[in-house]
Design a protein. Structure first.
Length: 172
């Protein structure tokens, strides 16, 4: 077995590779919220819908995650023929991609950064909008299903939060 000398030329590429693997599982998000909600809920009912397709399995998975967070806030999902006090709309999509090149005289590497978006709006039973939140995430993963749980968690970190404020959220 040939020994590889440990020096700057061998350690830096190994460290860089390990860092890339670590960061590929990291979701860094920018969260903005505007609302007219109290700090906690008081048993109000809600339903979650999508601007696209309420019947897709993917949407139902994300809606269940949103419902879990809203239940922690103090609301409860509608049951049977019950009327909802709030309608919660979620919309999500992938945006533009950027390619980054790096390297030196010996090698060149590239990575692609993907933009991912989540928007959530809430209306009361009088059709007044009471919440608008946006999460923008950028990272190496184009697998939306892999990063969506972290984006939903970012949306609900400190929910409902300070109205008109933006924050950064990093999750592994």
């Amino acid at each position: 077995m040939k020994k590889i000398p440990l020096n700057r030329n061998t350690i830096l590429p190994l460290f860089g590779g390990a860092l890339c693997i670590l960061l590929s599982s990291c979701t860094q998000s920018r969260v903005s919220r505007f609302h007219q909600l109290p700090p906690t809920g008081a048993g109000q009912t809600f339903s979650v819908f999508s601007a696209r397709d309420n019947s897709s399995l993917e949407f139902r998975n994300y809606a269940a995650q949103v419902a879990e967070h809203l239940t922690e806030y103090g609301w409860r999902p509608i049951q049977g023929g019950e009327k909802d006090d709030y309608k919660v709309g979620i919309h999500y999509w992938m945006g533009g991609d950027r390619v980054h090149l790096s390297g030196n005289a010996n090698y060149v590497s590239s990575s692609t950064e993907h933009d991912r978006f989540l928007v959530m709006m809430i209306w009361d039973k009088n059709k007044n909008q009471v919440f608008e939140g946006r999460v923008r995430s950028a990272g190496r993963s184009s697998d939306y299903a892999a990063v969506m749980p972290q984006m939903i968690d970012a949306m609900f970190a400190g929910f409902p939060g300070k109205s008109g404020k933006s924050s950064r959220d990093t999750r592994f």
